[in-house]
Write a protein of this length. Structure first.
Length: 292
């Protein structure tokens, strides 16, 4: 289903409260990612939830950088990750053995014993990672626990996905700016109780405005302009060269002798980077600038 909110992330606030929210719908960006890899349907759905979560959480990046939502498990899915940059570029991947999934579909069935890591990488600043066990019924609940544990901020998250759309809704109680804690607790209880009544179908079918109106029409709410989300891989020839340089001359030269042509595939977007023997020697022994 197409609507104007596809591939956007929108912030909203409840007037005269300390509650902020984010709402996102991914469609083309989600389908672009699905087209790159062939995942079974239940893996696609979970991947959609991870992507919607990364989109929602990218709003917490105040400077250039990246947020990653990743789970590692012992089940058929060994790793699932979605990454979103502050300038709204999404990428992600799922790894595992999907040959005998049958009708396994829940978070626990797909990931087994697993952990969920949220990593914030602001450019030029220190990386921050929080890890929680992935032992709730769904990803939304695990993320709520993460916010409770790591930031002590009451947070509600709802994620939904089908084969065409991944959608997410997020609200968070910020530390009260005014002194009245009781009032702010009441605000939160009222808003979060309404939040719980949104169904997955509504998330997948209604526009952002209609979802928010359906839930909060009695609240004073301000919806901000949409930011457009897109699939875009951050790989480049330059980054691949840096990776080769960090492997070291001896190793790369040997690889080059053995294989003739070194071919490096980006695991996210399948882009192929080729390095001939000449490229490799150029990389490690760049021509010296001429002296005048
Ligand atoms: Zn790539």
């Amino acid at each position: 289903m197409k609507n104007k909110d596809n591939d956007t992330l929108q912030r909203f606030i409840f007037e005269s409260t300390d509650i902020r929210g984010e709402i996102t719908t991914l469609s083309a960006s989600y389908l672009d990612l699905l087209a790159l890899q062939k995942y079974p349907p239940q893996v696609e759905l979970l991947f959609g939830e991870f992507l919607a979560a990364a989109s929602l959480l990218s709003s917490s990046l105040k400077h250039r950088g990246m947020i990653t939502v990743q789970a590692n498990g012992s089940g058929p899915i060994t790793a699932i990750m979605a990454e979103c940059s502050q300038d709204n570029k999404l990428r992600g991947i799922v790894r595992g053995d999907f040959d005998n999934l049958g009708d396994l579909s829940t978070l626990q069935e797909l990931l087994g014993k697993a952990t969920l890591a949220i990593t914030l990488e602001p450019e030029g600043r220190e990386r921050y990672q929080g890890v929680v066990p992935l032992d709730e019924d769904n990803l939304s609940k695990c993320l709520e626990f993460y916010f409770y544990q790591s930031e002590q901020l009451p947070t509600k998250i709802k994620l939904a996905s089908n084969s065409e759309i991944a959608s997410g809704l997020f609200i968070q109680q910020l530390p009260p700016s005014s002194g009245d804690r009781e009032e702010s607790l009441e605000d939160w209880q009222r808003v979060s109780t309404l939040f719980e009544t949104l169904s997955s179908d509504e998330q997948l079918q209604l526009s952002h405005n209609d979802q928010l109106y359906r839930l909060f029409h009695e609240q004073e709410l301000r919806l901000f302009d949409a930011k457009s989300m897109q699939f875009s891989c951050s790989c480049s020839r330059q980054r691949t060269e840096n990776a080769l340089l960090s492997l070291g001359r001896t190793e790369v030269m040997e690889l080059s002798r053995e294989q003739g042509l070194i071919m490096i595939h980006c695991q996210f977007c399948s882009q192929e980077y080729r390095f001939s023997a000449a490229d490799v020697s150029q990389l490690f022994d760049p021509p010296k600038p001429l002296l005048h």
